[in-house]
Design a protein around this ligand. Structure first.
Ligand code: TYM
Length: 331
């Protein structure tokens, strides 16, 4: 029935957008697919170049994923740099991908900013590494938030191009799975901007490491508008719409139902209900993260075993790719 692959960068802590847009789906999909989940430290290196922080964030991401319900017995959970096949396949794919395809990537344009001459080369080739992540497992489905859609289209183009050039159907074309209501959670300070790890304001996002007081305070201070009642209208009321979406996703109920419930409620009342719900859903994860982080040996063992299991799948696929392009087998 197919294989799932998805990844998360250990750039900063994991936030509510990551959780609602991706991780909670990763957890559910474990019941029906063969799942591989990866902490993509090599992707994070494009922007995070502090070794201490890299180590800390990588372990914290592992704790967050396990605490949120990624089960290392059912799924493979590992760190990207621990499985060399990702980088090895990246080189081959970077000889298939075209400059023009990468030039169209909006995330590069956003992240590189105006000073493009000074952007790391890895930031430009980032989507090729991402394609390799997926294809080296012959993954068929990739659960992500809305912002990764363009990268996944590129991964499909690269897979198709490799298949045509070197050998029919080595790589299945991976299907994006963009699931649920909260495919694009917005900043709490500005309803037109994505909730993001790179936003300088910590007030703009709820982190999985935030305690109950921090969560309540951030929702209380979240930007609102002066219209009475809470209604869904992303154009005219981006903040109200975002908070409604977050509520619906956390409650796991249809958005229209939540909208009907709060149509006559004031912002301050709604925010306090939302904060209560968020604390109820997130504090068990937060507590479990702390418990797991107290025993780094346990997490490291999970990641080590995950890397071994991942390498056992990726190795033979890489070997097939090497043969198809004509690289000699050293044995
Ligand atoms: P990253 O680390 O930025 O985010 C991890 C996941 O969280 C989703 N996400 C969001 N969903 C809804 N609202 C938001 N505000 C929000 N912010 C983030 C992302 O869509 C993603 O699913 N390039 C990827 C990591 C990656 C990857 C892969 C993903 C590397 N290789 C292979 C899938 C397959 C990234 O930077 O995600």
């Amino acid at each position: 029935q197919g294989r799932i692959f998805s990844g998360i960068q250990p750039t900063h802590g994991i936030h509510l957008g990551n959780y609602l847009g991706a991780i909670r789906h990763w957890v559910r999909l474990q019941g029906s697919y063969d799942c591989i989940y990866c902490i993509v430290d090599q992707h994070a290196l494009t922007t995070l170049q502090d070794p201490q922080e890299m180590r800390r964030n990588t372990r914290e991401a592992a704790a967050a994923l396990v605490a949120a319900g990624v089960d290392p017995k059912r799924s493979i959970l590992f760190v990207q740099s621990n499985v060399a096949a990702h980088s090895q396949l990246t080189w081959i794919l970077s000889c298939v991908a075209r400059m023009g395809w990468l030039n169209r990537m909006t995330q590069f344009k956003e992240k590189a900013g105006k000073d493009r001459e000074n952007a790391p080369v890895g930031l430009f080739t980032y989507p090729v590494l991402m394609a390799a992540d997926i294809l080296v497992y012959k993954a068929t489905h990739v659960p992500v938030g809305e912002d990764q859609k363009q990268h996944l289209e590129l991964a499909r183009d690269i897979a198709g191009s490799f298949n045509r050039r070197f050998g029919n159907e080595l790589f299945p074309l991976p299907e994006p799975m963009i699931l649920g209501e909260a495919t694009r959670v917005m900043s709490l300070r500005d309803g037109t901007k994505k909730m993001s790890k790179s936003d300088p304001s910590d007030q703009s996002r709820i982190n999985l490491t935030d305690d109950a007081d921090a969560i309540a305070l951030k929702f209380r201070r979240a930007k609102s508008d002066s219209i009475l009642g809470i209604t869904y209208d992303p154009e005219a009321r981006p903040e109200a719409s975002n908070l409604l979406t977050i509520y619906a996703a956390l409650a796991d109920r249809p958005r229209a139902e939540i909208e009907a419930e709060f149509a006559g409620t004031s912002f301050s009342e709604f925010k306090s209900r939302l904060a209560d719900l968020a604390v109820e859903k997130l504090s068990p994860i937060n507590a479990e993260m702390r418990r797991l982080q107290a025993d780094p040996g346990y997490l490291d063992a999970i990641l080590r075993e995950g890397a071994e299991r991942a390498a056992a799948i990726a190795g033979p696929v890489l070997k097939e790719a090497y043969e198809l392009v004509g690289f000699l087998d050293p044995r």
